[in-house]
Write a protein that binds this ligand. Sequence first.
Ligand SMILES: Cc1cc2nc3c(=O)[nH]c(=O)nc-3n(C[C@H](O)[C@H](O)[C@H](O)COP(=O)(O)O)c2cc1C
Ligand code: SF4
Length: 514
Amino acid sequence: MTTRRLYVSRDASALALGAEATARALTQAVLASGVDLELRRVGTRGMTWLEPLVEVEDAGGQRIAYGPVHARDVPELVAHGLFEAAPHALCHGRVADIPYFAQQERLAFARVGLVDPASLDDYVAHDGYEGLRRALTASGAEVVQEVVDSGLRGRGGAAFPTGIKWRTVLEQTATQKYVVCNADEGDSGTFAERMLMEGDPFCLIEGMTIAGIAVGATRGYLYVRSEYPDAVRTLQQALEVARQQGYLGPDVCGSGCEFELELRVGAGAYICGEETSLLESLEGRRAEVRFRPPLPAVEGLFGCPTVINNGISLAAVPDILRRGSAWYRDFGVGRARGTMPWQLAGNVRRGGLVEKAFGVTLGELLYDFGGGSLSGRPIRAVQVGGPLGAWLPESQFDTPLDYEAFTAIGAMVGHGGIVAFDDTVDMARMAHYALEFCAQESCGKCTPCRIGSTRGVEAMDRILRGEQRAANLAQLESLCETMRHGSLCGLGGMTPNPVMSALRHFPGDFAHER
Ligand SMILES: Cc1cc2nc3c(=O)[nH]c(=O)nc-3n(C[C@H](O)[C@H](O)[C@H](O)COP(=O)(O)O)c2cc1C
Ligand code: SF4
């Protein structure tokens, strides 16, 4: 008889909600009852509202979900047949049938929550490294063409076509090229990269290896933000195993191709996520934005041609190689192909990760998946795409999540973070916050951002106090114009998005004193 299994997540979000204590209580209960059950730690399914989630294999090998299960619930659950996957008020049936999960299109996150993140065998048993094997039978140009044809665009915010970036690096003649994964994930309300790194680290490693072999880069760096110690630990373990088993090193899978990968921990500032400051930081300097041109693809890390991609962009690559570009292109709308891990955060009842093809509307994510606000009050404003994203009022909730449709309404998809606020939010204070954030995080290299954000905070202070409102609003608009057009990078250039959208959609909030 095979041993049945219990699964509890060790993802940071689950741990924050008490998964460690739940796992301990389950271990004790298993020992006390003498049943033949093995407890496995996995990544999260992304249903944060159900964490700590416990999955129990039933007699047919199906994974039955119970959640949220806190340590105090364990004795009662066990008494009512948890180990036999019996019905209970906390039971949600088969994980695969939970609507939140069943209605997703899980490509990059297909294995997250399913496999043991530390096990290369588990990864390989779930289609892992098939993309790399296919890449090793093709030329670099063919691999790059496959990525171009897939329509994949960078998931880090700028939505630049990934294959075109790779082609630029491939076409450079240089003795050394690099691949860098930008896993700084600094946007508010985003956690997809973290969940991927903690739940399926080999997928990211495979994506980077394919990139390296395609463009002729022999070295890569994973730049992970310092706030992600669990992801750093998981990745370090996975890198070690991949090296030991010949998936990294001087002779990747016996192909004769070299690819070595190292991890670096970020320097703790939002600007470290901007690609050129990230390269400065990797080179050991203060993260300050570089002038462009030259592009990193031509002169990047240590002056060498460099592919720099977001982790979610890289995680899409193994499947594109394994299943083909046509399969991937089939998901999505217009020029936004494939899927995106949308991240539901803020005042929402069912927060978590929803991987869905582009084209899903904001309203579908907020209400069908998210279940509306946690407070039960109407959702009034939503910020999509991080702290530099525009605020959207309810009248725009039917906008499809698609790069072009969002640009048309002055918003951006960014990293896919969605942060909801109910009708108690004060949008003038949120505009103030955006400028304060920019003033604090500015790298200081250019005047419009360094000075403009500070003058903007001062103008907003006066508006909030009700001083010379018309004159101060005019000054704020003029500052935003200067920042938008005169800033060297997106931090200064996009801070006007949240400020001006708050003013445009919620003018009443700027019209009274506090
Ligand atoms: C202020 C600022 C912060 C950024 N932070 C991130 C980040 O945390 N992660 C990321 O992938 N891209 C970030 N970007 C975008 C990167 O500069 C770059 O476009 C991206 O890493 C390219 O990868 P992709 O083509 O795969 O999206 C940021 C950009 C700006 C202007
Ligand atoms: S916009 Fe701000 S963060 Fe960007 S280069 Fe200028 S000062 Fe630095």
